[in-house]
Design a protein around this ligand. Structure first.
Ligand code: SMG
Ligand code: MG
Length: 369
């Protein structure tokens, strides 16, 4: 496949409600959409970096810069064609920037799969045609507000609830949700690195509530700390930020730092590496699930395909479009009895709606070969 060029499109989409985590509050999702154009097809990729480098070191403007100056030219400047598996090797000289690389690889992969008429889910090895969905619930001003929000999501049919936690917002909200909604609710928490090794005893205070897992309590680079914590908690430790590659997943599992793994393609450099993370986890009997980064319908379509892999045995953060946006840029993903359908069309299986896309576009840039 020979690239004719890549379009970078900056979008700005207000969230249905502000989303607060231990690292900050998102009110408007700014994102970068990539369109890879070849002679015979075009493909889409969504860059999941946030506006500020708070979840990880990447951020939207930084991704646009590295794509424009280094990553896209490394592909479009080639005299020979390339297929999707050749993208990561072609970009490997450039350190870091997995979210920017993932978006570019996904756009190329989507174009290639559309050309071949193959759905992404099938290419990745999916075994389900619909996936059970969880919802990630932000930190709130008060416990009553949180209970209302959770009740609303359960009414909509979500099959699992994840509460964002931080010091000062952990035991009490978890206890309140457990008491109100009962022991059968699938419940988990996510700290986004907000704790330290010294908090082990405090975090053990979550053990009585029968959580599915606690996600990323400690800093990204503290694998040993997570291993030590895992030995002191009954609640399984799940890693998100720390899992930056299939090798990182293998290391974390070998150390006893990850009893569960959250897979995010953007964090590991793309869907092909995400598949390898999945395979490493399956080989070790470690359950995995597909995380979320407040994606638009473009990123959601691809995540739902990933969530349909055999090792994704836990519900993911793949919520319906209306959990995030009043107007998504694709036909909305809607919940049916707690599940989302896996797209069946070629590639990611969805197309941005031209008018909806135009309405949220701040800037487009064409990077020709
Ligand atoms: O897409 O539903 C979603 C968000 C899920 O909680 C979520 N993502 O650490 O897992 C995580 C966070 C990272 C993004 S927060 C803006
Ligand atoms: Mg997380």
């Amino acid at each position: 496949m020979k690239l004719t060029g890549v379009e970078l499109r900056r979008v700005r989409m207000p969230l249905a409600a502000p989303f607060r985590t231990s690292f900050g509050t998102t009110q408007v999702r700014e994102a970068l959409l990539l369109r890879a154009v070849t002679a015979d097809a075009e493909g889409w990729g969504e860059c999941v970096a946030l506006s500020d480098p708070l979840y990880s070191s990447e951020y939207v403007d930084g991704c646009a810069d590295v794509l424009r100056r280094f990553l896209v030219p490394a592909l479009t400047g080639r005299r020979d064609g390339l297929d999707a598996p050749a993208v990561a090797p072609a970009l490997s000289a450039f350190r870091g920037h997995p979210m920017a690389k993932a978006a570019l690889e996904t756009a190329v992969l989507d174009a290639e799969l559309r050309e071949r008429g193959v759905p992404l889910a099938r290419e990745l090895g999916a075994v389900r045609d619909r996936v059970p969905c969880g919802v990630s619930v932000g930190i709130m001003d008060s416990v009553p507000r949180l209970l209302d929000a959770v009740a609303g999501y359960l009414d909509e049919g979500y099959v699992r609830v994840k509460l964002k936690i931080e010091p000062g917002w952990d035991i009490a909200p978890v206890r309140a949700v457990r008491e109100r909604f009962g022991d059968d609710l699938l419940l988990q928490v996510d700290a986004n690195t907000a704790y330290t090794r010294a908090d082990a005893r405090h975090l053990a205070g979550l053990d009585p509530f029968g959580l599915l897992l606690i996600e990323q309590p400690l800093p990204e680079d503290d694998l040993l700390g997570h291993a030590e914590l895992a030995r002191r908690l009954r609640t399984p430790v799940c890693l998100d930020e720390s899992i930056t590659s299939a090798r990182a997943a293998a290391d974390a599992i070998a150390l006893g730092a990850a009893g569960v793994v959250n897979i995010k393609p953007g964090r590991v450099g793309g869907y092909l590496e995400a598949r390898r993370v999945h395979d490493v986890c399956v080989a070790h009997g470690v359950p995995v699930w597909c995380g979320g980064m407040l994606e638009t319908g473009v990123g959601r379509a691809a995540n739902v395909a990933l969530a349909a892999l055999p090792g994704c045995t836990l519900p993911g953060d793949t919520s319906a479009s209306d959990r995030y946006y009043r107007d998504d840029i694709t036909a909305p993903f809607t919940l049916d009895a707690g599940h989302l359908p896996v797209p069946t069309g070629p590639g990611i299986g969805v197309d941005p709606l031209p008018d909806a896309l135009e309405a949220v576009t701040v800037r487009t840039e064409w990077l020709p070969a």
